[in-house]
Design a protein around this ligand. Structure first.
Ligand code: PXG
Ligand code: PLP
Length: 439
């Protein structure tokens, strides 16, 4: 296989470059549930790569849609011009989204989707004569991408510290994890909805509702370690935000497009936010595409704004890119034809749950958790070396031909939605063998 000799010029994202370049893990091709490495080994993709390849790799309809589009209309801008595909994709997304959420603004990534949603919230309040609503509320352990506004609302400490002076105004709810009373829970915990009351009891009195633009949360935290909300928690956030004129944003970059067995997590939980972000699985990871879905109320506020001209002063060169939209069409076709958006509500999700919780009792395991087709096992950290045990477990799983993601001392599982029992057996079998022998 063709492995580049010179690795120096690529400054790799979110990577220990020095470590990687000493011993590179190089993927050269992929099909369905598996990668092939430069050594010719097959590796099971246990994380839909980065929580996005929901249809599996190199699926024919998606490949064909991209190929065909590249030769037909390679690029056209969406700034005061149009081309058909983004309209068609938006109609399909609106058809999948909750009833009152019908308007799609495109970005190229989840990070851009988050910044876009926050800007929509600010501009929305200004149009309503409430320009003092500029503060955002995020949540500890939340991940909202890497742009400056996104890391301001995010609650992963390592992503924020180096940029502290440049963050926008935000405060944070507590996260919902409690290893004391809610470890090894299957799905949503019965207790803990009252954690949402902190918004009304502490944060709103502290900052003043009239100064708060929006609350942003992932329905299920992903990159923070797969934290599943307690029953009723998200509904309570909805009730409180509505009472105080605060917008609620669901960051569905991971949960969107079938991860919980419904098109969006909003439907799984039966809670309608004002704005939802998406990215990743809209194209099954094939071509960068993200966006924000706005409720009718939010969209109409912009469309009814006084005067003529651009209603929302925002947009990316590649918003609604033809290749990305073609990939989205191929992806949505694949999801529809194979019933993938509901698969995580069926028997395979029960088998996944059994697999995740089957790790309980193995050495170092302090929690197992799951919802739909996302889950995690958490290991006790080594004294003085947080994350070391998790990273070693990840490397040993990779050596056994299974890719799962280390998040500190957690291993996260998020397989493509085409996953079958034999893949679950392979994945949890490898993890179990590794954990049994780990220091
Ligand atoms: N919001 C959420 C909820 C995400 O999970 C983003 C925004 C940002 O999307 P982009 O496309 O800009 O990366 C994400 C992305 C990890 C990991 O550590 C997770 C993500 C990205 C990279 C690493 O598991 N999620
Ligand atoms: N920087 C410069 C100099 C630009 O001209 C542009 C876009 O025209 C951007 C940044 C933003 O790029 P994008 O629209 O791809 O986000």
């Amino acid at each position: 296989m063709n492995v580049p000799q010179n690795l120096e010029h690529y400054w790799m994202p979110y990577t220990d470059n020095r470590r990687f370049k000493k011993s590179p893990k190089m993927i050269v091709s992929a099909k369905d549930m598996y990668y092939t490495t430069s050594d010719g080994e097959e590796v099971l993709d246990g994380l839909a790569t980065l929580w996005c390849v929901n249809a599996g790799h190199c699926r024919p309809r998606i490949v064909e849609a991209i190929r065909e589009q590249a030769g037909k209309l390679d690029y056209a801008s969406s700034f005061s011009l149009g081309h058909p595909l983004p309209f068609q994709v938006a109609e399909r997304i609106a058809g999948l989204a909750p009833e009152t959420m019908n308007h799609v603004f495109y970005t190229n990534s989840g990070s851009e989707a988050v910044d876009t949603a926050l800007k929509i919230a600010l501009a929305f309040h200004r149009l309503n004569g409430e320009a003092s609503r500029t503060k955002f509320i995020g949540r500890e352990k939340g991940y909202h991408g890497v742009n400056l506004a996104g890391i301001s609302v995010s609650g992963v400490p390592a992503n924020r510290h180096a940029y502290a002076g440049a963050l926008i105004s935000a405060d944070h709810l507590r996260h919902t994890q409690d290893l004391g009373s809610r470890a090894f829970v299957r799905g949503c915990a019965e207790s803990g909805a009252d954690l949402a009351d902190e918004l009304e009891n502490r944060l709103i009195p502290l900052h003043g509702a009239q100064n708060i633009a929006a609350v942003i949360v992932e329905p299920v935290s992903g990159a923070g370690g797969v934290l599943v909300p307690p029953k009723g928690y998200l509904q309570r956030l909805r009730d409180i935000t509505a009472r105080h004129g605060i917008l609620l944003i669901f960051d569905e970059v991971i949960t969107g497009f079938g991860r919980l067995g419904t098109p969006f997590a909003a439907q799984y939980f039966g809670v309608e936010p004002d704005l939802m972000t998406f990215a990743k699985a809209i194209t099954s990871g094939t071509v960068p595409l993200g966006g924000v879905i706005a409720s009718d109320r939010v969209y109409e506020t912009f469309m009814n704004s006084p005067g003529a001209g651009v209603e929302f002063v925002h947009g990316y060169t590649y918003s609604g890119h033809p290749l990305a939209c073609a990939a989205a069409m191929g992806t949505l076709d694949t999801y529809a034809e194979e019933g993938l958006l509901t698969r995580a509500a069926g028997p395979i999700a029960s088998a996944f749950e059994t697999g995740v919780h089957g790790l309980q009792g193995l050495p170092h395991v302090i929690d197992t958790r799951n919802l739909g087709l996302m889950g995690a096992v958490e290991l006790a950290p080594r004294a003085g070396a947080p994350g070391a045990r998790g990273f070693e477990a990840f490397e040993k799983c990779w050596a056994r031909g299974v890719f799962v993601r280390p998040i500190g001392d957690c291993l996260a599982f998020c397989p493509p939605l085409i996953v079958e029992q034999q893949h679950l057996d392979q994945m949890f079998g490898a993890v179990s063998e590794v954990l049994q022998r780990l220091d």
